[in-house]
Design a protein around this ligand. Structure first.
Ligand code: SAM
Length: 249
């Protein structure tokens, strides 16, 4: 049926393309992609010919109207990005905003996402988590962001580049402490995949032990802030407070 389909693609391993993603991309009249040359190679791997349009930061607003017209005219349009799930630290938000305003039918497919893949293997609480994407590069903005997260109780998930991973971990130590639990998920689904469950200080040691470990793609999963024992309210006071709050008008 005519709609904008959101189609995840693999984050490394070509085997992670879903059957349904292949079907939708094969049927699509138009595929909006972040980098058409990169996506052409991917589509070739599944023998999908596909009519590609580029959709990136700089032309996204302008192209959204034309894409919406296509869907409203009854076409199947698919949105993909270079890797993983579109819109997750990837282009697509202005288009989805425009679809929302225009009442366009949007159908999302589930599939590969580095953040969720890393979180599932991190060995840290998953009942509540906060996706933090990429941290700001400038040190002022970086420090104020990390400062704001220092008491965040939920598990945090960050994307990071090889150039910045050590700088980021060092800054995190300043704000969260060297012993904060942390997991580094590197090159997920690829040949040199590793998932290192340690602390912030332990991850720096691991990366520095062999410089080639600093190459590749990284997700950092950081344990949330835990109130140090003895600093919270005593359990009995907590219980009374909860009961009293429930009685408040
Ligand atoms: N949309 C993608 C997704 O769903 O995961 C993320 C795109 S974002 C531009 C790229 C970042 O995702 C990388 O810098 C890295 O932090 C993370 N990433 C992507 N693929 C990865 C992989 N195979 N292993 C570890 N991290 C990965």
């Amino acid at each position: 049926a005519s709609a904008l389909y959101i189609v995840p693609t693999p984050i490394g391993n070509l085997g992670d393309m879903t059957q349904r993603a292949i079907e939708v991309l094969t049927a699509a009249d138009l595929i909006a992609a972040e980098d058409t040359r990169h996506s052409r190679r991917l589509l070739d791997a599944y023998s999908i010919s596909g009519h590609l349009w580029s959709l990136h930061e700089h032309n996204e607003r302008a192209r959204s109207a034309a894409i919406i017209e296509r869907v409203q005219a009854g076409q199947i349009v698919a949105l993909i990005s270079d890797a993983g799930t579109p819109l997750i630290s990837d282009p697509g938000y202005p288009l989805l905003r425009a679809c929302r305003d225009a009442g366009v039918n949007v159908i999302p497919l589930p599939g590969a996402c580095a953040a969720i893949t890393a979180l599932s293997a991190a060995g840290l609480p998953t009942d509540r988590f906060s996706f933090e994407g990429f941290l700001p590069a400038k040190s002022g903005a970086l420090n104020s962001r990390l400062d704001g997260l220092a008491k965040e109780p939920r598990t945090m998930v960050f994307y990071e580049s090889p150039r910045r991973v050590l700088v980021t971990l060092t800054a995190m130590i300043e704000h969260f402490g060297a012993e904060r639990e942390a997991t580094l998920a590197k090159e997920l689904t690829k040949r040199f995949e590793s998932v290192v469950q340690s602390t912030l200080a332990g991850l720096i040691d691991w990366l520095e032990a062999e410089p080639e470990r600093q190459q590749g793609e990284f997700v950092l999963v950081i344990g949330g802030y835990q109130v140090p024992e003895g600093e919270g309210l005593p359990a009995e006071a907590e219980r009374w407070l909860t009961l009293l709050i429930a009685e408040l008008p």
